[in-house]
Write a protein of this length. Structure first.
Length: 209
């Protein structure tokens, strides 16, 4: 039921964004992650003609995928190639599948202008589809925090509820690392992305710190 309500909101934002840009469809960077699958489901109300799942193994970009696999970790190679495929689609609004925890703590925001899951924390993604994904440094941090639910809970208290002591529920070293990672991505958050507002404080809407 909650997924259906979020889907209505995400699809409504997407429709308006397509109208504003005069684009025909959303091109979703489909890197095979749980987030990409969830984002595709949330965007299904647009209709089959208005949603394209751009994959890393698409004929035009597959050679790049093989080249990148020799340079970066496999998951990043998939993400970068799928993102490029989405951004190269003509008459389309490129969308990235990242969850909010990743966007807050993993440095520079992705280049896609539309982030349909940008206001859903990783733990919320896991609740909706049974899994979540992130770069290795964030998965390690979540383990050190006692799990992604605990990490997200501290982030929510600190950022959404504006509670200065929100990170105090985490081990001291983990809390300091969260602060460092959040500060590292701060400049990128001033480059506004389109994020459907689901929660209290949303990237691109009212979360620019």
């Amino acid at each position: 039921m909650r997924e259906a309500r979020i889907g209505e909101l995400v699809a409504a934002v997407a429709r308006q964004a397509l109208a504003d840009r005069g684009a025909a469809r959303v091109a979703l960077a489909d890197d095979g992650s749980p987030e990409a699958g969830l984002a595709a489901r949330l965007l299904e109300p647009l209709g089959a003609d208005a949603l394209l799942r751009a994959r890393a193994d698409a004929p035009g970009v597959e050679p790049l995928l093989h080249a990148l696999r020799g340079m970066v970790a496999g998951e990043r190679a998939e993400r970068e190639t799928a993102g490029l495929a989405a951004r190269l689609e003509p008459d389309s609004l490129a969308a990235g599948p990242e969850n909010k925890t990743v966007l807050l703590l993993c440095g520079t925001l992705p280049p896609e202008p539309f982030l349909p899951l940008g206001d859903l924390y990783a733990g919320e993604v896991a609740e909706l589809c049974g899994a979540w994904s992130a770069p290795e440094e964030l998965r390690t941090l979540a383990d050190a925090a006692g799990g992604i639910v605990r990490l997200d809970g501290a982030l929510r208290a600190w950022l959404d509820r504006r509670d200065p002591s929100g990170l105090d529920r985490l081990p001291a070293g983990v809390a300091e690392e969260v602060r460092r990672l959040f500060a590292r991505g701060r400049p990128s958050r001033f480059a506004v992305r389109l994020v459907p507002k689901v929660g209290y404080r949303t990237l691109g809407v009212d979360l620019f710190e």
